[in-house]
Design a protein around this ligand. Structure first.
Ligand SMILES: [Zn+2]
Length: 63
């Protein structure tokens, strides 16, 4: 499963393969669960709730 290689930002929940979040520069965590894919943040209720303003994958829970 490719998800094992992915990391998530504890600040904005953005999922990336990088050690640092491309959005806020915070250190990403390997310890996260579940994710949502935002393809159109302007129309997404989830994106609004989570304060997401960039399309991408976002973890539901990051430790
Ligand atoms: Zn971030």
């Amino acid at each position: 499963m490719v998800a094992k290689l992915l990391r998530a930002c504890p600040v904005c929940s953005f999922i990336t393969e990088e050690d640092r979040c491309p959005r806020d520069g915070g250190e990403t965590s390997k310890d996260w669960q579940g994710y949502v894919v935002i393809v159109d943040h302007a129309k997404s209720e989830i994106a609004k709730k989570m304060g997401i303003d960039v399309n991408g994958r976002y973890a539901l829970r990051v430790r």
